[in-house]
Structure formats: structure tokens, C-alpha cells
Design a binder for this molecule. Structure first.
Ligand SMILES: [Zn+2]
Length: 166
């Protein structure tokens, strides 16, 4: 949809660009001034971190009474990016909570059909139980808060959750 600016100084749009809601309109949809519209550039929207549940991934254990501790462990996550080289390597105890068995591990890479590393795979475990996991798209600057949210979404969904720029 093309963007416009309204030329009426008293318009509630106050000089901000807006997109039209119907084709061929020549009046402002806010102040209804006829012939007041001037074309404006379409705003550039920066890509933002997105999450998506991977429905076909392994099922997680039910969190039950460990919910509060799992939340505390998730809160420790502060990384916003994963390189493809890092993603290839496993690393245990990236983050721990008290006892070392309560941890987030890097499990290794997710690869595509051409064996190209697409994601780093991370898993939140208490002992042998897996409560959450995320796939983080490699070589993208993401938002650590969105990755923490992805872990929390994984707990609820009982599946891995992907984090990527969309
Ligand atoms: Zn207007």
C-alpha cells in the first residue's frame, strides 16, 4: 500500500505518514480534507527477532514443580547471537543454576539438506529431564529478551522454539 502525508495542519495525523485503507481515495481518512494527500515514502521496517514453535521437534518433559527454577535459569540467558562455527560445537553448562545438573547446554548444529549449519540448538535440562529448547538462527543479531521468551514458550509448547530475524 502506498503511504501519504496529509497537508492539513490541523489533521490528527500531525505530519506522520500513513497508508491508505482503500484504493483511489483523495481525501484524508483522519480529517477528511479533500485533495490534502501527498505521496510519502514507504517507511523502512527493520527486521525484528521472531519465534516459532517447531511442531515436529522432540517433546519436552513437563516442568511441574520445577517451574520457578526453570524461570530463574532462563533469566540468566544473555546472548543475542550465535555464530555458525560456535553452533557446530557442543558445550555443556553454558548457564547453570546452583547445582550443575540444572543447566542450558549447546547441543550442536541444526543443518539443512546441504549440510549447511542453519541454527545452534540449545537445551535446558535438569538432570535427565529436558524442559525447554531453542533453535537460534546463526549469524543474525537477535534480541536476548526474545530468546529468553522463546525458552519460556518452549516450556509451554513442550517443543523446540526457533528464533530468527523476520
Ligand atoms: Zn488529514
Amino acid at each position: 500500500m502506498p503511504y501519504y502525508i496529509c497537508g492539513n495542519g490541523a489533521c490528527p495525523t500531525a505530519g506522520q505518514a500513513f497508508s491508505m485503507t482503500s484504493a483511489g481515495q483523495t481525501y484524508c481518512p483522519q480529517c477528511f480534507t479533500a485533495g490534502s494527500l501527498a505521496a510519502a515514502p514507504t517507511p523502512v521496517v527493520a527486521p525484528t527477532s521472531q519465534t516459532r514453535t517447531i511442531a515436529t521437534s522432540n517433546a519436552m518433559d513437563a516442568v511441574g514443580k520445577d517451574a520457578a527454577e526453570v524461570e530463574s535459569l532462563i533469566a540468566k540467558w544473555d546472548l543475542n547471537t550465535v555464530s555458525d562455527n560456535e553452533a557446530k560445537k557442543t558445550k555443556d553448562y553454558l548457564y547453570t543454576l546452583g547445582a550443575k545438573s540444572k543447566r542450558i547446554d549447546r547441543e550442536g548444529p541444526v543443518t539443512n539438506g546441504n549440510k549447511v549449519v542453519t541454527h545452534g540448538k540449545f537445551r535446558l535440562q535438569f538432570g535427565t529431564k529436558t524442559y525447554a529448547g531453542v533453535w537460534i538462527k546463526v549469524n543474525e543479531i537477535l534480541d536476548a529478551a526474545v530468546i529468553r521468551r522463546a525458552f519460556a514458550e518452549s516450556v509451554v509448547a513442550g517443543r523446540y522454539v526457533e528464533v530468527y530475524l523476520g
